[in-house]
Design a protein around this ligand. Structure first.
Ligand code: TXA
Ligand code: MG
Length: 315
């Protein structure tokens, strides 16, 4: 079956409305920001967020940045604080991402945060990004719109070169003015620089009147997706289980008897969307978790990556 072609949209109100409709249906739409083109999905829709990882061929569930129209919208999803107010007043809208603790009742898919209890939020300054966010009227999870491991896209042509046929649409608004990803600051404690980016760390330090703990190296951004703060259940996890042993709960995949099933039909996108939620639910039983084998291709690799971390021996 031939792959559907990606729709090329412009920046007229009708195009942004079309893009917002596609996003509302759980489809993926690439859009320009001042930093790079983002690959957007409704951050509240786990299946849509899972499709981001599938389209990018991302080998692991790294946490994603959630884009919103303004600071008021950001405050619906995170526990705000005074430092965030000062930074938002100075640098939003713009290429600054703030990592803050999730707020009760936030509604963001755990796949967007990779199961972390914090959320990275950003208010882009780009006119078309703003227009899309207002038309969509909801939070958009968006990594850079490139296949995993490739260079970030700063034109719609770059996006199509990597993702044509794998995403519903791309909004073409020329070159991204910043062309470098946003600066990421963790504000869930003493402010830390997680990734150098479009706003100079010095400008942030000058505003806050304090120096920031630096990322591990100026060229290697710290990658929270790889850190131990990643989600792991309290319970013991046993992989490649065909059946549950006495006392265990069984997390299934495909057509089988089990306590919860990642995807009865064997669909890896659905399984990815269900992964963190199902693990949380089984963990709440307080019983050890046995997990059925999941095919190790496509999103299955990312699922297995997370499952291996969950099952790894810990202190
Ligand atoms: O400029 C940008 O930030 C672009 C445009 C599209 O907005 N987006 C972007 O996304 O660069 P991405 O997926 O390439 O980078 C997201 C990074 C993650 O790798 C991680 O380092 C950090 O954001 N991140 C996301 N959520 C986090 C969290 N809860 N805690 C710590 N870091 C987080
Ligand atoms: Mg990227």
């Amino acid at each position: 079956m031939p792959q559907p072609q990606t729709e090329l949209l412009g920046t007229a109100q009708a195009d942004l409305a079309r893009a917002a409709n596609l996003l509302g249906e759980g489809r993926l739409v690439a859009f320009p920001t001042e930093t790079v083109y983002g690959l957007g999905a409704d951050a509240r829709n786990g299946v849509a967020v899972a499709a981001i990882y599938a389209a990018k061929g991302r080998p692991a569930f790294n946490p994603l940045i959630v884009h919103v129209a303004d600071a008021d919208a950001a405050r619906r999803y995170v526990q705000w604080n005074d430092i965030a107010t000062r930074l938002a007043d100075a640098f939003w809208p713009g290429p600054l991402t703030l990592v803050l603790p999730l707020r009760e009742g936030h509604g963001i898919s755990p796949l967007a945060t990779a199961g972390l209890e914090t959320l990275a939020v950003r208010v882009p300054a780009h006119k078309s990004a703003q227009g899309l966010l207002r038309a969509f009227d909801g939070p958009l999870a968006a990594p850079s719109a490139n296949p995993s491991g490739r260079i970030s896209p700063t034109t719609a042509a770059h996006v199509l070169a990597g993702l044509d046929g794998r995403i519903a649409a791309v909004i073409d608004d020329g070159h991204c003015p910043v062309g470098l990803e946003s600066t990421i600051l963790a504000l869930d404690g003493t402010p830390r620089l997680l990734r150098a980016g479009g706003i100079a760390a010095e400008a942030v330090e000058a505003l806050l009147g304090q120096s920031l703990a630096a990322p591990q190296s100026p060229t290697t951004p710290s990658a929270p997706g790889q850190l131990a703060s990643h989600y792991a259940p309290q319970a013991q996890v046993r992989l490649n289980a065909k059946t549950a042993r006495p006392g265990e709960v069984l997390l299934g995949f495909g057509d089988m008897g089990c306590d919860l099933n990642l995807s009865p039909g064997g669909d890896l996108i659905e399984a990815a969307a269900n992964l963190f939620g199902h693990l949380h639910q089984l963990d709440a039983t307080g019983r050890p978790i046995a997990v059925a084998p999941v095919p190790d291709h496509g999103l299955g690799r990312a699922i297995n990556d997370r499952l291996h971390r969950a099952a790894a021996p810990r202190d």
